[in-house]
Design a protein around this ligand. Structure first.
Ligand SMILES: Nc1ncnc2c1ncn2[C@@H]1O[C@H](COP(=O)(O)OP(=O)(O)O)[C@@H](O)[C@H]1O
Ligand SMILES: [Mg+2]
Length: 491
């Protein structure tokens, strides 16, 4: 499954954020619903109170200060708002005082109780005038007085009487509820986050064990040789998903282990066969060659055809001997036979190798680029000599006369030694270059027979260098081919 393009990556983080997001949504929904319900309930109650109060207070405003004024307002809850309108104009407005028994009365043209005077702005008066006198409750904003729930009814003498109660207690109560909910939900979310993280971590522990095992297995060098694959997932409970994955993985590891063991057996047999075959061929090949040489030295007249045949037999058995030696060497390197541990002077090997190559291919230009100090590496002198010889033989055999070949040697910093053989020949085809270090891989097959090519030279270079814990690289383009051998400078 591909991950989401945004958000957390690990399964653990995604589970926790998912749960928290759901919880947050639920809390938000609950909060909205409860505040809305509470508000609805409180407003309903307010409307009942307004209806119960009737329009007596508003009606009394007409006779402010009259004999009934005190009794009219005494019956009203503190904060009750009243207004009387005539022809769309407010003739009196007041709010019942919280601590006094009398009404706060204000009238457009009449002086009233100055302590409790209520001034209505033109906008507020407009709001009141717009109320339909049908006895239904509505909400109006009355400037600095705040929001009121009001109800307008038609009076007896053509006036409109407005009675209202402030919304502020409703707002305060709902605000308090919201605050409490915020607090409770905040605590719940935090607790869920912490407990959920622990729970998810605990639940995913078996999955982590599977992942750890898979990771350890993937880090094992399974490429070749004998491999012990003892890693197994501890959880195999078939009732759980992770247990099923675990047991499937274990079964798969078992199969892989079996296949690897079988592969190792086959490799061992092949190696033993190659070693035995080349070993067994050594003596008969040497015998054939010896007899051919002997026959050639036979005194007395030998027909030319016989001499030619004997010459061919001798040359081919020499070549065959070389192939058998190469195969035997590869079989021994494969078997991991210990190498000699000499202190090898690579400078000497480069000098000798170049001298030999110059003798074999005098038309090439052989150059040496060596440091003043001898370069020493630990290793097997005969094998390393073969590495230099094979690289130089290739430079001689696979490039035309006149090619410049340079042997460069340097001890690079970081305790490694580099030997590079560079030629200005036609280069190696990229297709061939990819597999040139494998056995029996060679270029032009038709020509190769004539030149004595076997395709084992570079395979030996690779095997010897690897046995020395070094590496060999090839870079090639027409006009510049470089084989670079890197060897550790200390054992
Ligand atoms: N310096 C080189 N220039 C061009 N081609 C090369 C060079 N070295 C190696 N090759 C190619 O790589 C092939 C494999 O080389 P090698 O393993 O030594 O086998 P062989 O020399 O017996 O053919 C050669 O057949 C040749 O085509
Ligand atoms: Mg070669």
């Amino acid at each position: 499954m591909r991950g989401l393009p945004v958000g957390p990556r690990t399964l653990r983080a995604r589970l926790i954020t998912g749960v928290l997001a759901l919880l947050l949504l639920t809390c938000g929904g609950v909060s909205l619903a409860t505040t809305e319900l509470l508000r609805h309930f409180l407003v309903g109650r307010l409307d009942q109170q307004i209806a119960a109060a009737g329009a007596r207070y508003a009606a009394s405003l007409e006779h402010a200060g009259g004999p009934n004024a005190a009794t009219d307002t005494r019956a009203q809850a503190p904060g009750t708002f009243g207004a009387r309108l005539l022809d769309g104009r407010v003739t009196g407005a007041g709010v019942v005082d919280g601590d006094a028994d009398d009404a706060d009365v204000a009238a457009g043209d009449r002086p009233a109780d100055t302590d409790d005077r209520v001034d209505l702005s033109a906008a507020d008066q407009g709001h009141l005038a717009a109320l339909p006198p049908d006895g239904s409750a509505r909400e109006v904003g009355l400037g600095r007085l705040g929001d009121y729930r009001v109800r307008a009814v038609a009076g007896r003498d053509g006036d409109v009487l407005v009675t209202g109660l402030p919304m502020s207690p409703v707002e305060a109560t709902t605000n308090k509820l919201v605050m409490v909910e915020l607090l409770v939900f905040g605590v719940a979310l935090t607790a869920t986050g912490v407990a959920g993280a622990l729970w998810v971590r605990l639940s995913l522990r078996p999955l982590k064990r599977v992942a750890d095992t898979a990771e350890r297995v993937s880090a094992l060098p399974l490429g070749c040789g004998e491999v012990t694959l003892s890693e197994r997932v501890p959880d195999e409970d078939p009732r759980t998903e992770v247990g099923r994955v675990g047991s499937a993985l274990n079964r798969m590891l078992g199969h892989v282990e079996q296949s690897l063991a079988r592969r190792h057996l086959v490799e061992e047999r092949l190696r033993a066969f190659a070693a035995d075959a080349s070993h067994e061929l050594r003596t008969p090949v040497a015998t054939v060659r010896g007899h051919a040489e002997l026959a050639l030295r036979h005194p007395g007249p030998v027909p030319d055809e016989v001499r030619h045949s004997l010459g061919r037999i001798e040359a081919e058995s020499r070549r065959m001997g070389a192939i058998v030696e190469d195969l035997l060497l590869l079989a021994r390197l494969d078997a991991g036979r210990p190498l000699a541990a000499d202190q090898v002077d690579l400078t000497r090997l480069a000098l000798d190798g170049t001298a030999d190559a110059r003798a074999v291919a005098p038309d090439h230009h052989w150059r040496l680029d060596l440091p003043a100090q001898p370069v020493l590496v630990p290793g097997d002198a005969d094998r390393l000599r073969q590495v230099v010889a094979n690289l130089l033989a290739n430079a001689a055999a696979h490039t035309p006369g006149g090619t410049e070949v340079t042997v460069h040697l340097a001890s690079a910093p970081g305790q490694v030694v580099r030997l590079a053989v560079t030629d200005t020949g036609p280069g190696i085809d990229p297709e061939l270059a990819r597999q040139v270090f494998e056995r029996f891989v060679r270029g032009d097959r038709a020509r190769s027979r004539a030149t004595g090519s076997t395709g084992l030279g570079l395979a030996i270079v690779h095997a010897v260098v690897t046995a020395h814990h070094g590496s060999v690289e090839l870079t090639s383009r027409p006009g510049r081919t470089v084989f670079t051998v890197t060897l550790p400078a200390t054992a």
